[in-house]
Design a protein around this ligand. Structure first.
Ligand SMILES: [Zn+2]
Length: 154
């Protein structure tokens, strides 16, 4: 086998492996209105874990009556934030539930993102009108004042 033939066959094998991994990853997920990647939540009946944008982002989707709550949005790696992965994922949820009233509760630091999602029509409303500081104690938006001013940088 020539070097070029070798490289080609390695590439083909890698591609086949990646394809197989993707297939196994999506096994047991469901497609809703043409959007693949909804996995049934292990312990909450009726809830979905949306993995269609893994490895970049995931979220939990909770349909109830004619409403759908988007919950626990995670954009996975710091470097992947502000790259449009979150927006693409929320647009997927709209496509999956076109007629529903889609809503969220949001932490203070994520509120500008969700306001943008409302403006673009990807979701219908932000429901919490109260301040909700996030769990990240290094977040200066949600935790501007601290008892001793001490803050880990990352
Ligand atoms: Zn925060």
């Amino acid at each position: 086998m020539s070097k070029i033939e070798q490289r080609t066959s390695t590439r083909k094998a890698n591609r086949a492996r990646a394809g197989q991994a993707a297939k196994e990853f999506f096994e047991g997920t469901q497609t809703i209105n043409g959007v693949p990647g909804f996995r049934e939540h292990g312990s909450k009946p009726g809830w979905w874990i949306y993995i269609g944008r893994i490895p970049f982002a995931r979220c939990i989707v909770i349909p109830q009556g004619d409403s759908v709550e988007i919950h626990d949005v995670v954009v996975c790696k710091e470097g992947d934030r502000r790259q449009g992965h979150g927006t693409a994922m929320i647009a997927d949820i709209r496509q999956a539930f076109p007629g529903a009233h889609i809503w969220v509760d949001t932490s203070d630091c994520a509120r500008p993102f969700w306001q943008k999602m409302v403006a673009r029509g990807h979701i219908d409303s932000i429901e919490n009108d109260y301040s909700w500081p996030c769990f990240d104690t290094t977040c200066a938006i949600c935790h501007p004042t601290r008892t001793t001013g001490r803050r880990r940088s990352a």
